[in-house]
Design a protein around this ligand. Structure first.
Ligand code: BG6
Length: 505
């Protein structure tokens, strides 16, 4: 999608704030180690971990290696490769709010560059709770660490704000120290190979784009289903909920890729402009009938894969009367020439029956049915399903004549499965995104206006849900496809949800 694979990125010091946290342990270091082991990083590459906890570099490395052993796509760390990689890791215990500490950090970066004998890019990765971002950004400015525009980048994790106002404030804070082209706002879904493939599927094939509009498409469904519950993240999730956690970012990004106009090139701004156009075209959800367009749910106790699991309200750290939604479904319209009156149904939830992220493009029926009634009892309109995970694939449903003497149509599927077609395992999203940060390619990151447009789109729903406490939570048992109201949301339009296969969890 981007130019990242063309060349190995130049010398770089990556500073991770929040070096002792879960993200660093599960995602960032395993991804960096994989890139290192695959020869994608330059030898002049160092990672400086910063966190409050006192620990030595050796202890930090030991902890990180356990993370790699558990979470790396390549399996356990190879001892020799790990030692080479760990040689570039340094830990620094520091108070994020201290300018002095950041001056010490600046000194260490200087020393590192002297050792290499060349200047490096400086990347500041904020793997920290949102409340600390402003402090660190200001301290980076104070300590003179953001002066070199061309060599300095900052990476900001989600959640990017809590609502439209706070996202705007965060953008303003970042803009006091950094230029927009230095800011990399992460949405890890954009790093997933199959999400990027939506653009390839649409714009590198002549077959689909001519029929990719309201004349041929009846509606679109985007489902991101998870079997996991809130896990150990109640502290965060109790202030977020499914709409903020998943729809504001991941699902709306997917919607943009499905609905955007063809880009002229893959330049970052060109892609961002086309995506923002989609968000701006989404019909605002009317404040007085939010509940006709949005459904929320919360899981009760139930069964996942045969195992009994507790209700959300019984999870550790969750309030016994929590009103936070673990399921959200939306109906949206994109008001432009291509999509006028084509509904986009979005849904996501925790503790659903299977783990699956997919986009289903449901085509309209043929305009004239020439076949006798008896021949078309099993008839179904065409459908394209783009499966993002766990089994990356594209499926096209069409009609065939059933073997036999009578005319009898039957739906059949053409399936392209990545795993079968290519022996290579797709890179983890964080590998892709970290390599892009190192290369300075912002195509797969979110621009300030995009984030704000996404917040303003869901603002009426957040407001309405805040104003009216949910009645009847929990309203779906774990292991089911969400509350009945979600079925009703789409059934009112004479349609139903296409449910991903249950096979993999
Ligand atoms: C994160 C959300 O952004 O995405 C989590 O905060 C969610 O709640 C996760 O579980 C899902 O990501 P993936 O890559 O497992 O689909």
């Amino acid at each position: 999608m981007s130019s990242r694979h063309a060349a190995r990125p130049g010398p770089a010091v990556l500073v991770i704030f929040g070096a002792g946290g879960d993200l660093t342990w599960r995602k960032l270091i395993p991804a960096l180690y994989s890139l290192h082991a695959a020869g994608r990083l330059t030898p002049a590459f160092a990672v400086f971990g910063v966190d409050k906890k006192e620990m030595s570099t050796e202890e930090w490395c030991q902890h990180l290696r356990e993370g790699v052993d558990q979470f790396s796509a390549r399996g356990k760390a190879d001892p020799a490769a790990w030692d080479r990689f760990a040689g570039g890791l340094q830990y620094m215990a520091a108070d994020f709010a201290s300018t002095d500490a950041l001056r010490v950090l600046a000194g260490r970066i200087d020393e590192q560059e002297k050792t290499w004998g060349k200047p490096a890019n400086h990347i500041f990765y904020l793997a920290i709770p949102p409340g600390l971002i402003e402090t660190i950004v200001c301290q980076l400015g104070e300590a003179g660490l953001a002066i070199d525009h061309h060599a300095t980048r900052v990476v900001v994790e989600k959640p990017f704000g809590h609502d439209l106002a706070s996202a705007g404030e965060l953008n303003t804070t970042l803009a006091t120290v950094f230029e927009e082209d230095q800011i990399f706002r992460i949405d890890h879904y954009l790093g997933k190979e199959t999400v990027q493939n939506i653009l390839v599927f649409r714009f590198a094939n002549a077959l689909f784009e001519p029929i990719w509009d309201r004349s041929y498409i009846d509606h679109v469904q985007i489902t991101v289903a998870e079997t996991v519950g809130v896990e150990h993240r109640a502290g965060y999730y109790e202030h977020a909920g499914a709409l903020r956690d998943m729809i504001q970012n991941h699902l709306l990004q997917i919607l943009c890729l499905v609905a955007m106009e063809p880009p002229v090139s893959l330049a970052a701004d060109e892609i961002h402009n086309k995506k923002v156009d989609v968000l701006h075209a989404v019909r605002p959800i009317p404040e007085d009938c939010v509940f006709d367009f949005a459904v929320r749910g919360q899981y009760g106790a139930g069964f996942i894969g045969g195992d009994r699991v507790p209700s959300y309200r019984s999870e550790p750290g969750v309030a016994p009367d929590s009103a936070i939604e673990t399921f959200a479904a939306l109906k949206l319209y994109v008001d432009n020439w291509r999509w006028q009156d084509v509904p986009f149904y979005l849904r996501t939830g925790k503790r659903l029956p299977t783990r699956a992220s997919e986009v289903a493009i449901q085509f309209r029926p043929v305009p004239h049915q020439a076949f006798p009634d008896a021949a078309v009892v099993d008839w179904q309109a065409n459908r394209v399903v783009i499966r993002v995970q766990p089994e990356e694939s594209i499926q096209i449903r069409f009609q065939v004549q059933q073997p036999g003497l009578e005319v009898r149509l039957s739906p059949a599927d053409l399936q392209f499965c990545y795993r079968e077609a290519f022996s290579a395992v797709p890179p983890d999203a964080y590998e892709t995104l970290l390599l892009d940060v190192l290369a300075g390619d912002r195509t797969l990151f979110m621009r300030a206006d995009q984030v704000q447009a996404a917040w303003s789109l869901i603002a009426p729903v957040l407001d309405a849900w805040d104003a009216v406490p949910p009645a009847g939570f929990p309203n779906y048992p774990a292991g089911t496809w969400g509350p009945e109201a979600a079925t009703a949301l789409i059934a009112r339009d004479g349609r139903n949800w296409y449910s991903p296969p249950l096979a993999s969890t």
